[in-house]
Every structure is written in C-alpha cells, then in structure tokens.
Design a protein around this ligand. Sequence first.
Ligand code: NAP
Length: 263
Amino acid sequence: MSQDKYTVETITDVRPWTDSLFSFRTTRDRGYRFTPGQFARIGVRAHEDEAKDPLKSIVWRAYSIASAAHDEHLEFFSVVVPGGQFTSRLSKLKAGDELFVERKSYGFLTTDRFEAGRDLWMLATGTGLAPFLSILHDFHTWESYDNLILVQSVRTQQELAYEDLIRGFESSEYYAEFAHKLRYARIVTREPVPGALRDRVTKLLANGVLEENVGLKLDHDRSRIMLCGNPEMVEDSRRILVERGYRVSRRGDPGHLAVENYW
Ligand code: NAP
C-alpha cells in the first residue's frame, strides 16, 4: 500500500478484558472520517527488523471502530486469535507504539441503510459488539428511534466487556436524557449468570424468548435489525429473519436488516 493511503498513529491505551480479549486506543488523524458502524483497516509491522523496507512489512486487517465519530481518538476491540500472526502481534503492542490506519473507512453496518423505524435491534456476539458501541455514541441514533435494543452474546461473564459503559449511559451527562430508550440483553452461553440469558441468540430469536426478554416484538414496520459477530451467527440469524419476511438492505433499496461478518 502506498504511503499516502494511510497515516501513522500512536497507541495511547491498551485495556485487557481477559487473557484473549482486549481494547486499545490510538491517536486519530484530523482528516479521518467514518460513519458509526464502519470499520477501519489497521496495520502493524509484521517483523521488528524490517526497517529497510517498512511498507512491505505491514500486515493489514479490518477492525470495526468502537469509538464515537466525535471522539478525538479511535478505539478498537479485539480477540487474540490462537496462532494468528496479526492479533498476536497486536496484543503485544503498548502505549507509545505505532500503528497504521488506512485513510479510508469501510462497511455498510450503518443506520443510513434503513428507512426510519421505531426500534433498532443490535445483535452482537464477541467482539462484534464494537460497531454498536460507536452507533450508541451517535446522538442521531438516540433521536431517530424510540427504542435501542442491544444484545451482547459472550461465552463467559468475564467476556461481558463494556458492560459498565453500556449501563453508564443512564448516568452520563450527555446521554442520560435518552438512556430510558436502551434495552440491554446479555447472553452468557457457557456459565450461569444471574439476569443473563443462556441460550444462543439464534435459538432465542427463533423461539421468541429474546423478544419476550426484551419486552418488544419484532415487527416489519417498527424494527430495524443489525447483526455483527461470528459469521455463523450472522448467517443463521439472517436466515431466521429473512424467513420471517425481513429484507436485507441493499444500496438504494433500504430493508430491515444490515449485517457484518467479523472474520
Ligand atoms: P465466539 O465463539 O464467537 O462466541 C461468542 C458468542 O457467540 C458466544 O456466546 C457463542 O455461543 C456465540 N456463538 C458462536 N457461534 C454462534 C452461532 N453460530 N450462532 C449463535 N451464537 C453463536 O467467541 P469469540 O471469543 O468472539 O471468538 C471465538 C474465536 O473466533 C476466537 O478465539 C477467534 O479464533 C475467532 N475470531 C477470529 C477473528 C478474526 O479476526 N480472525 C475475530 C474474532 C474471533 P457458544 O458459547 O454457544 O459458542
């Protein structure tokens, strides 16, 4: 990739959630623009000793942006893929290290894919939560919908990253007036957690328990649904919803569904 296509940023903070789950922040170029829900392409050096030809040694991956469009920094949420070249390098980076960010942002998991609805459903597994955090920090989202439903599915309680932030909208100076619109359903699939659902989101969608738990019915006129995370979850949920008459948004043809696979 030629040098004018990306900027060199600095990692400002790394936050581990579990042994294999972490978030990190970087500086943000003043010219970097994105729509909440989109992803960035970020690059790390593959080898420390490649100073001779640094351009060739950068490895690139897509990462959904977790931070708000108005934040001065960029934030990302990552797993360490066992044996993965990129994430194992990424997870070793620390504040002060450099990281590359392509100038262009990507992706269609954005609310502008929909015609106005009343309820925005955001279904995430694992690190697929990231784009929804950005969307939830967009005031336009809160103003446009009566209800925002965030469903976060993880394997263990410890993986319920960002729970405090999500619950914190209520006491936030800027979001408190809207926070009553948020319904937050946690799914923890591999251990019992009080107040959390236990079954996979696909099962809970198919048998109606998710709607019951959230206290809202899915409805063609009201509901706009976003899916992000494990590709099988995205595919299976999409199929369940398409069978119930929900349509995926296409360019110039807004529907009810927007999806992003995560790997
Ligand atoms: P995950 O396996 O995606 O599980 C997260 C949650 O999604 C769990 O509650 C899980 O339920 C549920 N889930 C998984 N498959 C599902 C399906 N088909 N339908 C409905 N729900 C489903 O966990 P993760 O920690 O986010 O990721 C696991 C592995 O994926 C990582 O260790 C990594 O190897 C890989 N990964 C790769 C990348 C990449 O960029 N290459 C990115 C993210 C993850 P269950 O407990 O029932 O499985």
